[in-house]
Design a protein around this ligand. Structure first.
Ligand code: SAH
Length: 365
């Protein structure tokens, strides 16, 4: 007996191959994609445009794995955070941020994170493993279903208009699953999200940035956070492997050539007295000159294990003004969902740490 196939793990190409292996026509893939991802139907018996025999066959060979919701928290500002149970006592977090004109889902790509950025709660928890294609896409599927339950029946637009890979983990270190997930999100028979509406955020995995450019049309965000290697080595340790010079070159390569016009969003966390001086603002301007860039300033969000502080509003505005005066499109990200620890860098879930990061941290204290 062979194990059943989780249909959440398959993009259109994978589903077509799966149906061919059953002796079926590949176009069954688009029918099933629609049932599962658009209509939210997981019970094969309800898929009425498939023959009874095929529905029976699917029940024997396939299933769709939805993770259990451990908690759902709703912030005063409407932000929602779900904690999903996975195997081995692990759990991941997914956040929905409603705004007037759009709804953004922030999803996780790994259980924990191996990069150990100093200012990030996930980084402090250590790393267990990559999420599968199915575990990543399930976050979107479940969030959509949960939101739909409450939605006015007269409204048929999707509440989730944008997806950002800014939850737990480094998406570019889970590359193959990321590519399949992006395929499903952008597939017109599934979620039909355009490339502008799907953003992959990276701490700077240089070789994977260039592979991403070749393989998937999405929006890219780069977590810069520092203007010189000495500081970046310390707060974003992957910089020791791919220093700023290589990272900035990769950014220039990313935006040149290719069919579409591209820009990069640079994320810059503002930590009081660490990276928020006017000098650093001016250096940032120089670094981004000649690049089609936007800047997202993220005031540091505190979490229990960190000593860092958010700068005063005055310091944040001063930093921003330098960028704006230099002509950079700059947005200071609003803090959302911090009352339920759902803001950037506060996601923690339950990580059964295999990197022994917790242990090492305690030894160095
Ligand atoms: N690994 C990816 C995506 C996850 S983090 C990356 O590094 O880009 C998503 C964004 O939140 C990143 O820009 C990250 O640096 C930022 N972030 C992490 N911790 C934060 C904190 N405590 N306060 C504010 N932003 C934080």
């Amino acid at each position: 007996m062979t194990a059943k196939t989780n249909l959440f793990d398959l993009d259109r190409a994978g589903l077509s191959a799966f149906f061919e292996s059953l002796g079926e026509k590949p176009f069954r893939a688009t029918q099933v994609l629609k049932w599962v991802h658009q209509r939210g139907v997981l019970d094969f018996a309800e898929m009425t445009d498939l023959s009874k025999a095929l529905r029976q066959r699917l029940a024997e060979t396939a299933y769709v794995a939805t993770p259990e919701i451990i908690t759902e928290k709703i912030s005063e500002d409407g932000t929602r955070k779900w904690l999903f149970a996975l195997d081995g006592g692990n759990a991941i977090e997914t956040v929905f941020i409603p705004e007037k004109q759009r709804g953004t889902l922030c999803i996780s790509s790994q259980i924990g994170c191996a990069l150990a950025c100093r200012f990030c709660a996930t980084g402090h928890q250590g790393f267990n493993r990559n999420l599968s294609t199915g575990e990543i896409i399930a976050q979107l599927w479940v969030a959509e279903q949960q939101l739909r339950k409450e939605q006015d029946k007269a409204h048929h637009e999707r509440m989730i208009s944008n997806v950002v890979f800014m939850g737990m983990g480094e998406p570019l270190l889970n590359f193959d699953n990321l590519i399949r997930v992006l395929g499903i999100m952008q597939d017109d028979f599934a979620y039909g999200l355009s490339r502008r509406r799907v953003t992959v955020s990276t701490a700077g995995v240089v070789p994977a940035m260039l592979r991403l450019k070749d393989q998937a049309p999405v929006s890219l965000a780069v977590s810069l956070h520092a203007t010189h290697d000495k500081l970046r080595d310390e707060i974003v340790p992957i910089n020791q492997k791919y220093p700023l010079k290589e990272l900035m070159q990769a950014c220039r390569d990313y935006v040149t050539g290719g069919e579409q016009r591209r820009h990069i969003t640079f994320e810059y966390i503002l930590i009081d007295g660490v990276n928020d001086s006017l000098d650093e603002a001016r250096t940032l301007v120089k670094m981004l000159k000649n690049l089609p860039a936007k800047v997202n300033l993220i005031p540091f969000n505190p979490f229990p294990e960190s000593d860092y502080k958010r700068p005063s509003q005055q310091r944040i505005d001063r930093f921003r003004d330098v960028l704006v005066k230099a002509g950079l499109v700059t947005v200071t990200r609003k803090v959302r969902g911090d009352d339920i620890a759902a803001a950037c860098g506060q996601l923690a879930g339950e990580v059964n740490d295999k990197s022994r990061r917790q242990q090492r941290l305690q030894q160095t204290r």
